[in-house]
Ligand binder design. Structure first.
Ligand code: GUN
Length: 173
């Protein structure tokens, strides 16, 4: 069922959180803490408020949100244990069609990235094809932890925007 902004502006906290919780991977606190800021004019205004909640949240909760994301082409994907949203995102980048050699390369880069930063590599998979993802992974491995924390949150904003557009369906405007 596509959502509308007027439904979201009038619903209870629990329903609001149930509808918008999945925009932020396994982290319904972002939606729940944004509910008191209603009403929102449109999808862009709602998204800006959700992102503000995420960006002003405690650092440990931000790290938990980043860590809640599955590795790209990782174990959960191979075992088909991703959320519906993640399954679609990884498929759109072509990550469900990798050769064994490509899978091995992803695993190595995922492990190297996680080893350096302590959280998984986050990039908006629906806006990047697999080659662009590999290039970005190699380049971002040279960044500082502070830069990667900020970059991951920025990518999560893009992921949430696309998930929000899906939730609104044809009722986007
Ligand atoms: N991990 C890294 N990028 C993504 C993404 O776009 N979606 C999901 N679900 N997980 C990711």
């Amino acid at each position: 069922m596509p959502l509308t902004i007027s439904e979201l502006n009038t619903c209870e906290r629990a329903a609001f959180t149930a509808a918008l919780g999945p925009l932020f991977e396994h982290s319904p606190w972002v939606a729940e803490q944004t509910w008191p800021l209603r009403p929102f004019c449109d999808a862009a205004h709602l998204h800006a408020n959700l992102c503000q909640t995420m960006q002003s949240g405690p650092r440990e909760q931000q790290v938990a949100l980043i860590r809640a994301h599955p590795d790209l082409a990782g174990r959960l994907a191979r075992q088909k244990q991703l959320t519906r949203e993640s399954t679609r995102e990884q498929a759109s980048a072509g990550l469900d069609q990798l050769t064994d050699a490509e899978l091995g390369a992803f695993q190595k880069l995922n492990d190297e990235y996680r080893g350096k930063f302590g959280f998984p590599f986050i990039i908006c998979a629906r806006l990047n094809a697999k080659d662009a993802i590999v290039t970005a992974m190699k380049s971002r491995l040279t960044n500082s932890p502070a830069t990667e924390h900020a970059t991951a949150l920025g990518e999560i904003e893009k992921i949430a925007w696309l998930r929000l557009q899906d939730a609104f369906g044809t009722h986007l405007h």
